[in-house]
Design a protein around this ligand. Structure first.
Ligand SMILES: [Zn+2]
Length: 230
């Protein structure tokens, strides 16, 4: 169990000093889901992943770090409306506002929306989780992917994002595209073949990497890769 430790820092937007929890290191225990959603022991700390200024409502993993353009965005009517709606969205709203602040950084904005989807999953809010995954895909779909291992992993995650958003046609098309690539690894082949089965069954449930790999010979346990917190 992680322990929350606080410190006082100045908000990068309004400069107001505020007490925030320190960032906590990732906990890689337990198998991640196919969209890299961590196990529940680490998800239980999601309320500590972003720091929020109580005055201007700026959010960032380090509140004293300024995102380009954020100083203008947090005072817009649209951002204010997002903060007002948050009582209906719970913690997901904070991740969605972070994605909004990151809108010029689609890779990180997509991760913020996927984290909002994970909150929706835990709240049992399928509508919210599905919406957040669709927006996540909108951020990621135009990225300049290569055929290196990291790009292939991210695109395999995209297959799961699409499947869980019930975009089965798009998920299947991407899975086939990746399986046809020369650089697909044996592990990703097994994951993608598992995805093909789920997609053909119109199955949008969550599955772990361990469960997917166990369905095929040559099973290897996989834990969450280290990811940079946005
Ligand atoms: Zn502030």
């Amino acid at each position: 169990m992680s322990t929350s430790i606080s410190k006082k820092i100045a908000c990068a937007v309004c400069q107001r000093a505020t007490i925030v929890p320190l960032a906590i290191p990732p906990d890689n225990s337990g198998s991640v889901d196919l969209d890299l959603r961590p196990a529940s022991s680490y998800r239980n700390t999601m309320h500590l992943w972003l720091q929020e200024c109580p005055v201007c409502r700026y959010v960032h993993s380090s509140l004293d770090v300024l995102l380009a353009g954020a100083a203008d965005i947090v005072y817009t009517a649209e951002y204010r409306l997002m903060t007002a709606r948050e009582t209906q969205l719970g913690l997901a709203g904070r991740f969605m506002r972070h994605a909004y602040l990151l809108r010029d950084q689609p890779f990180e904005a997509g991760w913020a929306m996927l984290r909002a989807a994970w909150v929706g999953d835990d709240l049992g809010r399928d509508d919210l989780a599905r919406y957040c995954r669709r927006v996540c895909d909108n951020h990621w779909v135009g990225l300049p992917y290569g055929d290196d291992e990291q790009s292939m992993l991210l695109r395999a995650v995209s297959v799961d994002v699409l499947r869980r958003a019930r975009c089965f046609f798009e998920a299947g098309r991407l899975a086939e595209e990746l399986l046809a690539m020369q650089t697909v690894t044996p592990v990703l082949q097994r994951i993608l073949n598992f995805q093909r089965q789920l997609i053909s069954d119109f199955n949008f449930a969550a599955f772990t990497w361990d469960a997917a790999l166990a369905a095929f010979p040559g099973y290897t346990e996989v834990h969450a890769p280290q990811k940079k917190q946005a």
